[in-house]
Design a protein around this ligand. Structure first.
Ligand SMILES: Nc1nc2c(ncn2[C@@H]2O[C@H](COP(=O)(O)OP(=O)(O)O)[C@@H](O)[C@H]2O)c(=O)[nH]1
Ligand SMILES: [Mg+2]
Length: 502
């Protein structure tokens, strides 16, 4: 018994040892890679569906393996940056030709992501696309990309900054010329350069203050360094304040001016939306209360992106659904950048000095300095075009049914949009004053940079250590816009070039 027990004891560790060793070291038994271990990503970069060409992009260390696995071009390895006519095959069934297309290999770091990138240009069709994607998924180490992951890799490698990443996204989403211009500029790095300049200037001030802390004015470094830093910080603050007081131009150009159409029921609000959209987007009937909810359309009015919201006619109502619609209408008018009050001309007191007279109180309370007026149904009033309501340039008389006055309204309204939001362009279509802030995120960080600079300026020369901290925060705030937060690296460079000593 004792012997058997001993044998068992001696046998067990051996057995355990061999199993463990086999489990960890035998190459034939390997655990599948987790998703995060797969460093090479792939995705269809063009829209799904039928089309002449679809592009599948692969990025990561195994892009070359992917070429060797699915591209059949008569040569083992690709000549980088050259289009190659090829067959796309399944990696496990090489004679299974999935498509006849083109492939190009970008050798990192000279690629969008800075990694090795392979692009397969295939015929865009449901079966072809899914068979090629399926073939790629069978290559070990490859996984499907997450949304925005290629651009994220380009950012992480330092190829682009956050403002360029935003520009790329905005370029794809641009619907108007103004949006396209802003997005292309950002993607090309125009904003990056400007924000970097601002940040470098803050760091320049910080370098002066740091020198002061380390060496002391008048001893090792020249006099007037503190004043120099102050003057530069003041100029910077003025520049940043200038960008902040831009009436949200960039954000409006990028995301669109919010326009709310409101007024009493049956005035022609939905007819106006359809007129602006040049299609029957909204239901129009003679029945008051037809529009119940907000109908929003994104339109291009004179090159300016406008988010037009048609709202329910504002009136007292017992109908629960209509009441909710009226509440939503009121909120939309309050939140809008500009509101257009549509009123039926036959029901407005002619020659009234104040348009508000005679309007229902619930309409009156929505009228403010953002409001412009459209008197509709001029065809029902004899001599309407001669009817002189005040001509401040913010009121027009039209008949949306006959088209009377509509041209003048459109051009006048475009002018109002351009003037109010400073969105005018020169004759060649160029923006005379391209905005720096195009996302609310930029505004938030620039605002806090301005706040830190103000605190720095409030400190006196006796508080340079505290002042330096504020400048550091200011630089970090601007750095967040581009996604650069480390101040020390730039500081070192600036500091090295700084003239110290007598
Ligand atoms: N005579 C005339 N009728 C119009 C004009 N514009 C709209 N309408 C009519 O007025 C009714 C109400 O229009 P609608 O756009 O639904 O008004 P909403 O309730 O303000 O949205 C419909 O029967 C339209 O055809 C116009 O300029 N002249
Ligand atoms: Mg309506």
């Amino acid at each position: 018994m004792a012997l058997r027990a001993l044998c068992n004891i001696s046998a067990r560790p051996h057995c355990l040892r061999s199993t463990t060793a086999a489990y960890y070291s035998t190459p034939s038994i390997s655990l599948p890679l987790s998703e995060s271990q797969k460093k090479t990503i792939y995705a269809l970069s063009t829209p799904k569906g039928k089309g002449g060409v679809g592009v599948i992009r692969i990025s990561g260390p195994q892009s070359l393996d992917a070429w060797r696995s699915v591209v059949k071009s008569g040569r083992q390895d690709p000549e980088p940056w050259k289009m190659n006519r090829c067959k796309i095959v399944h990696p496990l069934r090489k004679d299974d030709v999935l498509d006849d297309g083109m492939a190009v290999f970008f050798k990192g770091p000279k690629s969008f992501t800075s990694e090795d990138v392979l692009e397969l240009h295939i015929h865009s069709g449901r079966a072809i696309t899914s068979s090629v994607l399926d073939a790629l998924s069978s290559i070990p180490g490859l996984r499907h990309a997450e949304a925005g992951e290629f651009t994220k890799r380009a950012f992480k490698s330092g190829r682009i900054d956050l403002t360029q990443a935003e520009g790329i996204k905005d370029m794809i989403e641009a619907e108007t010329d103004a949006q396209r211009r802003i997005a292309v500029g950002a993607a090309m790095g125009i904003s990056r350069v400007k924000f970097t300049e601002l940040r470098d200037e803050i760091i320049g001030c910080l370098a002066l203050i740091e020198a002061l802390i380390d060496f002391g004015e008048g001893e090792d470094i020249e006099e007037g360094v503190y004043d120099q830093a102050r003057t530069r910080a003041q100029t910077l603050l003025t520049t940043i304040e200038g960008h902040l007081s831009d009436r949200r131009r960039g954000e409006l150009l990028r995301s669109g001016v919010r326009l709310a159409i409101f007024g009493p029921p049956n005035a022609g609000k939905s007819t106006l939306l359809n007129f602006l959209a040049q299609r029957e987007a909204a239901i129009v009937t003679p029945i008051p209360g037809t529009t119940r909810d907000i109908l929003e359309l994104s339109l291009d009015i004179g090159g300016i992106p406008v988010l037009v919201g048609d709202t329910a006619g504002v009136r007292e109502t017992e109908d629960l659904v209509e009441e909710i619609g009226v509440e939503r209408a009121k909120k939309a008018v309050q939140a809008a950048d500009i509101s257009l009050c549509v009123l039926p001309l036959p029901e407005i007191r002619p020659h009234s000095k104040d348009i508000r007279l005679g309007l229902a109180p619930e309409i009156q309370e929505l009228i403010d300095e953002k409001t412009v007026f459209l008197f509709n149904k001029a065809d029902l009033v004899s001599g309407a075009s001669q009817n002189t309501h005040s001509t401040t340039g913010t009121e027009w008389q039209v008949s949306l049914s006959t088209g009377q006055g509509c041209k003048a309204f459109l051009s006048g309204f475009e002018k109002i949009l351009q003037e109010r939001f400073d969105l005018s362009f020169d004759s060649t279509g160029q923006d005379r004053n391209p905005p720096l802030i195009t996302h609310s995120r930029h505004r938030v960080h620039l605002q806090s940079a301005a706040d830190f600079l103000r605190v720095f300026l409030d400190y006196g020369s006796q508080d340079v250590v505290l002042g330096a901290e504020e400048l550091r925060y200011a630089a970090q705030a601007v750095g967040r816009i581009s996604g650069t937060v480390d101040v020390e690296d730039v500081l070192d460079v600036v500091f090295r070039e700084f003239c110290i000593g007598k």
